[in-house]
Design a protein around this ligand. Structure first.
Ligand SMILES: N[C@@H](CCC(=O)N[C@@H](CS)C(=O)NCC(=O)O)C(=O)O
Length: 204
């Protein structure tokens, strides 16, 4: 059985949604209430997943581990589609996640209000460009279903839905194209996503 350390609304939410999509049992632990969490993950970040004494870190790597350990249509058999799945996952985790991360960084690290807002607006421009890339990828794959992962949300779709929620914390215009908005809304409307949010809430 898995143990997932989380911070409310953080990227760990995506791993919890994936565990639910794959019908895996898990215990949820709020990292903010965990003494000496650094002993579990020296990087002191979530998601951190533990199973049978093995500690798994790095959101994208955790997703790949789950996809390959628990066979489902979310992990395609063809090498080409696996490559696409990995590329989408890395795009979400290594491009979109850090782009949103700059908004949080500015909020915590820049004391001057004007400078902070300028920084946030610049960061939002980059985020908007990345959402355009998602929009293009979705258009190119329209015939396969409404998600990057095809007819069912894949790891990248789930991560993107989690990041998109973060925009509401900032006073800046983040433009999410309509076809992406629809995809994100479908992910958030899934039972797995709603249950994951409720589970976090109950431990917060
Ligand atoms: N490269 C890591 C980054 C994880 C990360 O930044 N997690 C954030 C939440 S989204 C976190 O734990 N922040 C708490 C902190 O930095 O103290 C990954 O992709 O898993």
């Amino acid at each position: 059985m898995y143990t997932l350390y989380f911070i409310p609304s953080a990227c760990s939410l995506a791993v919890q949604v994936m565990l639910r999509e794959l019908n895996q049992a898990f215990t949820l632990v709020n990292q903010q209430n965990t003494e000496n969490f650094i002993a579990v993950n020296p990087a002191n970040v979530v998601p951190t997943l533990v199973e049978n004494g093995n500690v798994y870190t790095e959101g994208a790597a955790i997703m790949l581990h789950l996809l390959r350990t628990h066979p489902s249509e979310l992990w395609p058999s063809s090498l080409d589609l696996q490559q696409q799945t990995i590329e989408d996952l890395m795009f979400a985790n290594a491009s979109m996640h850090p782009a949103y991360g700059r908004l949080f960084f500015a909020t915590h690290a820049i004391a001057n209000e004007q400078v902070r807002q300028l920084f946030i607006e610049e960061a939002a421009k980059k985020i908007n460009k990345l959402w355009q890339v998602v929009s293009l990828r979705l258009k190119q794959r329209e015939h396969k279903g409404g998600y990057l992962g095809g007819g069912i949300p894949g790891a990248a779709d789930i991560f993107l839905a989690v990041y998109a929620r973060w925009g509401a914390h900032f006073f800046v215009n983040i433009h999410i194209p309509e076809n992406v908005r629809q995809m994100l809304d479908s992910v958030m409307a899934r039972q797995s996503f709603k249950a994951a949010l409720l589970a976090e809430e109950s431990l917060t």
